[in-house]
Ligand binder design. Structure first.
Ligand SMILES: [Zn+2]
Length: 300
């Protein structure tokens, strides 16, 4: 026998409609705000709305993870905006997030919670459904860590080090650059996601079926570490396979394909592997690590 989904347990036979109505009531004001404040483009907010409602329907615990990421990154992007202005030119995209950025940040987490949903609907295997939750925590942990690291690291006055050679310094805002403050922010970013889910798990409806609170703590701690590792993988990809270009007019390094109204020249990585691909793959790999650990640990 498969488990019933949270809204059926909570609201009975009309649960699905009530949960959907709640999702709309909660999400509409957030997305109107996000549009008015230019945190998201129109298509960005449509994709974010789709993620918001599906995350919520699968379990509000997952929604909380996504919500924390979205709100904290929206505020951090505005944090010390004038200090960031000179470096924004390096990035492919600005502060208003478009559909492909939203996909890059939310898709890996979405895949893990769809895995969770299918597992609880079609089998009673809590080992696997739990492992999907740890995968989800690591995936959202990674994108949160990466955003916190970028937005906080860039306002720090310390010049970052090149991740492939820690003796070499690079310009602030360079993908693949790492700094002490950015790394601490990354760890905190992943820690906040994992801790919030642990907190809600301890007080409310519980999607994680753990045998003991120590076990729960251990697995969430591993997922937090995987989320942090994900942000390191992100920097590593940023320094290697992500396309990096040079302006043929002003010679500045950039992630943009055009600069000073001229096409830029590729100097590193692959021209088709962009920052959005880096974000998706690093969060997906971090999720797989935590998912794998969740499956493997029970086998011992
Ligand atoms: Zn230029």
């Amino acid at each position: 026998m498969a488990t019933t989904i949270w809204f059926q347990e909570l609201f009975g036979q009309w649960g699905c409609l009530i949960a959907l109505a709640l999702a709309l009531i909660i999400n509409l004001p957030i997305f109107i705000w996000a549009r008015l404040k230019h945190h998201l483009t129109l298509w960005g907010s449509i994709v974010a709305g789709f993620f918001g409602i599906s995350y919520w329907l699968i379990n509000p615990v997952f929604y909380l993870g996504l919500f924390t990421f979205f709100i904290s990154s929206s505020f951090l992007t505005r944090y010390h905006k004038s200090v960031k202005e000179p470096f924004l030119d390096k990035f492919e995209k600005g502060g208003e997030r478009d559909a492909s950025q939203v996909l890059a940040n939310g898709l890996a987490g979405f895949l893990f919670i769809v895995g969770y949903l299918l597992t609880i609907l079609f089998s009673n295997n809590f080992l696997i459904s739990n492992a999907f939750i740890y995968g989800f925590i690591a995936a959202i942990g990674t994108v949160n860590a990466d955003t916190w690291a970028t937005e906080i690291g860039i306002v720090s006055k310390d010049q970052p080090y090149w991740i492939l050679n820690l003796k070499k310094k690079v310009e602030r805002g360079t993908s693949g650059g790492v700094s002490a403050k950015g790394t601490a922010a990354a760890f905190l970013g992943s820690l906040v996601i994992g801790s919030l889910i642990l907190l809600v798990e301890s007080f409310w409806h519980n999607p994680i079926h753990s045998e003991s609170s120590w076990q729960l703590l251990l697995f969430i701690a591993v997922a937090i570490v995987c989320g942090f590792l994900g942000s390191i993988i992100d920097s590593f990809f940023g320094a290697t396979i992500q396309g990096f270009f040079e302006c043929t007019v002003c010679q500045k390094g950039t992630e943009k394909k055009t600069h000073c109204s001229q096409p830029t020249k590729l100097i590193r990585g692959s021209k088709n592997f962009r920052n959005d691909h880096v974000n998706f793959w690093s969060s997906f790999i971090a999720g797989l690590l935590a998912f794998g650990f969740g499956c493997f640990a029970y086998l011992l």
